[in-house]
Design a protein around this ligand. Structure first.
Ligand code: PGA
Length: 245
């Protein structure tokens, strides 16, 4: 079954390394396509560079996404970037509410506004959520339900088709301690039930947090896990190749 695999490069690479890695992904995937839907989210400077390319150089065997955007259409938001401009340069996806962003103050309310403006601009938002620390299943469920209730109000069915939810337990991100595939499956089920009860349909839900070439297939084989959000292991083609294969 086709899954969505998202590479989040964060701010990990120099511009030169990021462009080299994009070229590597392009060349390798053109010669050996994958059945999965791939989304690569480099930093803004790399995206700007790609936007300036012409013709064939500008086509990629994967979708491009950004890692955040502002909550207004345009306006006085120093240092922010407009969803409308990201759409204009050919992006399809937009990660929102990543725990790195929540750590510098993003709230569920702000993430909701960013999601609405990204939908208005026809970008597909990938909304991250997840509990901060390891805790009982009941506490985790309550925490996730609160995040869902605060962010996903008043959506249309067509919005829901565009949204992807990324379940990323914060304690599992960058820690080499992925959560168990069983826990991910249970939380993904909870997320899907939340939407089915409210909207009769559920968006795709992907798992993120210390995914690598060894554990990826254990997540991808679970019911309700529609793909992966990969940080560290997406920074090397050899690692990423193991994940998508
Ligand atoms: P990780 O990061 O795969 O390095 O844990 C995931 C993420 O931050 O989205």
């Amino acid at each position: 079954m086709t899954k969505t695999i998202i590479a989040n490069w964060k701010m990990a690479l120099s511009l030169a390394k990021s462009l080299d890695l994009l070229k590597k992904f392009k060349v390798e995937l053109e010669s050996l396509p994958t059945k999965h839907r791939l989304v690569v989210c480099p930093d803004f400077l790399s995206l700007g560079y790609l936007a300036a390319l012409k013709g064939e150089q500008r086509t990629f065997p994967f979708f491009l996404g950004a890692q955040t955007a502002g909550h207004l259409q345009f306006g006085a938001l120093t240092g922010e970037i407009a969803s409308a401009n990201l759409k204009k340069i050919g992006l399809t996806y937009l990660i929102l509410g990543h725990s790195d962003r929540r750590q510098v103050g993003e709230t569920n309310d702000l993430i909701k506004e960013k999601m609405l403006i990204s939908l208005k601009n026809k970008l597909r938002p990938i909304i991250c959520l997840g509990e901060e620390k390891k805790q009982s299943r009941a506490k985790t469920n309550l925490f996730i339900e609160k995040q869902l209730t605060e962010i996903f109000l008043k959506l249309t069915n067509s919005d829901l088709k565009k949204i992807i939810i990324a379940y990323e337990p914060v304690w599992a991100i960058g820690s080499q301690q992925a959560c168990s595939p069983q826990q991910a499956k249970q939380v993904h089920g909870l997320i899907k039930d939340f939407f089915r009860q409210k909207y009769q349909t559920a968006p795709a839900v992907v798992y993120g947090g210390s995914v690598n070439g060894h554990n990826a297939s254990r997540f991808l084989s679970q019911e309700n896990i529609d793909g992966l959000l990969v940080g560290g292991a997406s920074l090397s083609w050899s690692q990423f190749k193991k994940i998508i294969n």
